[in-house]
Design a protein around this ligand. Structure first.
Ligand code: TYD
Length: 134
């Protein structure tokens, strides 16, 4: 299983403005089933404090910056996202929260699953128990 990691995206530099992209399988390790984005986050707010049983995600700071804190049940790792050509791959069964959003930041998130409330693990102790079973 791949670990959480930053995936650097292609950059097509152009005097008219730069362009980046990702697609499966060249940059993304999964096929996209859903896209959503988080925006207009008030200063100091935290989003997405949970884990997913099955879905994988890829998170890009399209604009501004924020931190993604990843917890594997034992230790936390902080990934600071502030480039529109870097994305964070988050496998299933990692607790993750997004915080420290800059003004006007825009978090783009793609997932390999359609929305399913039953895929969420929202209790950290339960997450740790399930994590120990894999
Ligand atoms: P949620 O993922 O719980 O955000 P956070 O963990 O930051 O609180 O999503 C917030 C709400 O939006 C929740 O009621 C579910 C809904 N939602 C959808 O309907 N579809 C989606 O694709 C996502 C990501 C959320």
């Amino acid at each position: 299983m791949l670990k959480p990691q930053i995936i650097s995206l292609p950059k097509i530099l152009d005097k008219r403005g730069n362009l980046s992209f990702f697609e499966h399988p060249n940059q993304l390790p999964f096929e996209i089933a859903r896209t959503y984005w988080i925006y207009d986050v008030p200063g100091g707010e935290v989003r997405g404090s949970h884990a997913f049983k099955e879905q994988q995600e890829f998170i890009v700071a399209l604009s501004g910056s924020f931190d993604v804190i990843i917890n594997n049940g034992e230790k936390e790792t902080k990934f600071s996202l502030n480039r529109s050509y870097d994305g964070l791959y988050v496998p299933k069964m990692y607790w993750r929260r997004l915080e420290n959003f800059s003004t006007n930041s825009l978090a783009l998130i793609v997932s390999d699953k359609h929305f399913d409330a039953d895929d969420y693990i929202r209790d950290f102790d339960r997450f740790k128990t399930l994590r120990n079973e894999i």
